[in-house]
Design a protein around this ligand. Structure first.
Ligand code: THU
Length: 133
């Protein structure tokens, strides 16, 4: 479990970056902040395109930012959405995140600032692993 101060910072970063969401098609704003073991935070928003299938979720944008900065060990990810209900990571993002750390702490933040947290592997048990014989 991450500490209270770090948790507050991760949540406020996710809420802040959500404002930069590029979502002209869905109008659904999502912001993610991922924390590395070294204590660095990387941000991401969802990015949508006219060629709709190019869309990338906020979680993967944040993950890719961390990886691009040389990080590989991520311990928590906060996900904020402009939604009355908690937004859970999609299947693609679950798989992308779980390949880095199944024990990652996930924090969800709803529009009214309610939060919910759980461990990533709880929502993607028996995930795909590349095992070459
Ligand atoms: N989206 C995310 O960014 N993260 C999620 O966990 C779920 C969905 C985005 C993708 C798309 O831009 C919009 O939300 C609607 O699907």
């Amino acid at each position: 479990m991450i500490g209270k101060t770090t948790k507050i910072k991760l949540i406020s970063t996710a809420l802040d970056v959500m404002k930069n969401s590029h979502s002209p098609h869905s109008k659904f704003k999502v912001g993610a902040a991922i924390l590395s073991k070294k204590g660095r935070i990387f941000k991401g928003t969802n990015v949508e395109f006219d060629a709709l299938t190019l869309t990338v979720c906020a979680e993967r944008t944040a993950l890719f930012s961390g990886i691009s900065a040389g990080e590989k060990n991520f311990i928590a990810c906060a996900i904020a959405a402009n939604s009355n209900e908690f937004v859970y990571p999609c299947g693609l993002c679950r798989q992308a995140l779980v390949e880095f750390n199944p024990n990652m702490e996930i924090l969800l933040i709803a529009k009214d600032k309610r939060t919910k947290s759980f461990i990533l592997k709880e929502i993607i048990p028996d995930y795909f692993k590349l095992n070459i014989a």
